[in-house]
Design a protein. Structure first.
Lengths: 320, 259
């Protein structure tokens, strides 16, 4: 088109403006903007409050393991050990929880009789409703004691893998214990997401594989899991987000030490969230501001994890 | 290679409801047999019992006998999975696996039997199957692209290629053209004419011209009445069914004076 004649160009149709529509559209838009504002507000708060201690810090924040911030005089603290512990705990929990969650979801959708499936689905949802402090109590009061012998044999047979090297902690309050409790806590969310997406696999795709002579397991591998992969990844990332930020259970179970150690059977390591919770009541000097800077790192890690998950999901979109 | 199907006294039930009653027929190898009849008369249901695909539907069961040459399809120790490898199926809506490339779609079924197929053999099988489905020329330069990116007609031929890559003896087609435009339909019909040299083909269709064009034998199904099971009314050479049917019901249906 080179010329536009105003009398012939189609005018955008003007619908009747209804009050209900306007209200609804306005409130929906408002909620969307509110989310962005809250996120920006949290980020601004974290950056603003941490600035104070970060500029006074005499050590390199990103490479230092020690946390010597409760002073007005030359604080030296760093997030290296905490960030490592956070990621290690969450990643280990994810590695434990994801296969189990996918297995439960497959069982619920494709193997269990209908009655059992609905009961099982309900129980899994219930797991999500248990407060994390209760998980913490269960972990410290019961689980770590049961895990003792298991850790000993793990060290005995798999000790040649550096992660499982001894000496095994006698209290059981180790990284692996914390990760196992975290895994139980994130199990429901991954199961629920996987179950939902498995239920949506079109009958046509399932029948396509069955008609080629696939067994039920082959059908699951051919049609169900590829179709459900974005849902599994999404659920895993939600679970990872929860595991990264989980505070109470970790604070109760782990006996903290500011080290960077892969040895999940020895006591040691600490996570950012648990560290903040344990240190905050006693923080003096630059302490509070320093803890907020640790919180900023946690915020950043969570953001990166979520963006990474979106990237993974989007990359295969062409085939979905 | 192509095999004969022999059905005797077959009843199909969904729970307590009898959907198809007492069907007996013989389907000859290297021929095209068309099932026609109004919606809900049980022809698709019956088709699915031939390779035990109805067992996917909860509560569906059969009584009677289906023989594939001298093998009893419902024999006590016959694995439905093995039956389906021998009797392939093409569905109403093209259903290539959305997460797989064209190449992977074609060998999906063949890989089930032979996990470690050498690359050269797999390449050969893909080309042979796609050529067999008259699709090779159109897709040979984009085998790694998603199968779902093809047009509807191409997708359906991809599904046929996938089915014949397993090298079945029989191909069941459940209204394979009902979601396609006329030109794609013609391509599939040409393909059916070519496939019948090697396979036993059974096709369910709502399109009577299509039945007349592609099939050698036509079977007409009808309901005895609302809520009653579907029955096989008449089966014979397509030519005869469409010109001199023996039953009044058949004549009414094919001439459009239904009821």
């Amino acid at each position: 088109m080179t010329t536009t004649d105003p009398s012939t160009t189609a005018r955008e149709p003007q619908g009747k403006r209804r009050l209900g529509d306007l209200l609804f559209a306005g409130s929906a838009k408002g909620s969307g903007i509110l989310i962005l504002l809250i996120l920006a507000g949290v980020a601004a708060f974290l950056i603003g409050q941490s600035f104070d201690s970060l500029s006074a810090n005499t050590a390199n924040f990103f490479t230092t393991k020690e946390w010597d911030a409760n002073t007005r005089d030359a604080p030296a603290f760093g997030v290296a050990a905490l960030a490592f512990g956070t990621v290690l705990a969450a990643a280990t929990a994810l590695v434990i929880a994801t296969p189990i969650a996918v297995g439960i979801a497959l069982f619920i959708v494709y193997y269990a009789p209908r009655r059992l499936a609905s009961i099982l689905g309900y129980v899994v949802d219930l797991l999500a409703a248990i407060p994390s402090v209760v998980y913490g109590l269960w972990g410290i009061g019961w689980l770590v004691k049961q895990l003792g012998p298991f850790y000993t044999s793990l060290e005995q047979y798999l000790g040649w893998i550096p992660m499982f090297a001894g000496p095994v902690s006698t209290t059981g309050r180790t990284m692996l214990s914390a990760s196992i409790v975290l895994a139980v806590m994130i199990l429901p969310i991954i199961t629920a997401m996987s179950r939902d997406v498995f239920q949506q696999v079109p009958q046509a795709h399932r029948e396509a594989s069955l008609a080629l002579g696939a067994t039920r397991w082959e059908m699951i591998r051919m049609a169900v899991i590829p179709f459900g992969r974005p849902g599994i990844i999404g659920g895993a990332m939600l679970g990872l987000g929860r595991a990264l930020g989980e505070t109470m259970a970790v604070a109760m179970i782990l006996s903290p030490q500011l080290v960077i150690s892969w040895m999940v059977l020895q006591s040691g390591n600490q996570t950012i969230a648990a560290h903040i919770a344990l240190q905050y009541p006693e923080a003096t000097g630059y302490g509070v501001s320093a803890l907020i800077s640790a919180g900023l790192v946690l915020f950043a890690i969570t953001l990166v994890v979520n963006m990474g998950a979106r990237f993974i999901v989007a990359r295969r979109k062409e085939f979905a | 290679m192509a095999k004969r199907i022999d059905v005797s006294g077959l009843h199909v039930f969904y729970g307590d409801f009898k959907a198809v009653e007492d069907v007996s027929m013989t389907i000859e190898p290297r021929s095209v047999t068309a099932f026609i009849g109004s919606s809900g008369c049980g022809k698709s249901t019956f088709l699915r019992t031939l390779n035990r695909m109805h067992e996917v539907t909860p509560g569906a069961r059969v009584q009677g006998k289906v023989m594939l040459d001298d093998q009893d399809v419902y024999g006590p120790d016959v694995d439905p999975v093995a039956v389906r490898r021998e009797i392939g199926m093409v569905f109403q809506r093209p259903n290539p696996f959305p997460t797989m490339s064209i190449y992977d779609n074609v060998i999906a079924g063949a890989k089930l039997n032979n996990q470690r197929m050498p690359k050269a053999k797999a390449d050969d099988l893909v080309e042979r199957s796609l050529r067999g489905a008259n699709l090779w020329e159109e897709v040979k330069d984009r085998l790694t692209r998603p199968g779902a990116g093809l047009s509807g007609g191409q997708q359906q031929r991809l599904c046929i290629a996938r089915a014949i890559a397993v090298e079945p003896a029989v191909l069941l087609m459940d209204e394979p053209c009902s979601a396609l435009d006329p030109i794609s339909t013609l391509a599939i019909e040409d393909l059916i004419a070519k496939l019948k040299e090697n396979y036993t083909i059974v096709i369910v269709t709502h399109n009577m011209q299509q039945a007349a064009r592609v099939s050698d034998v036509t079977a007409f199904f009808n309901l005895a009445g609302t809520g009653k099971p579907g029955r096989l009314i008449e089966m014979g050479e397509t030519n005869k069914i469409f010109t001199k049917p023996e039953k009044k019901e058949t004549e009414n249906y094919i001439t459009g004076r239904f009821g």
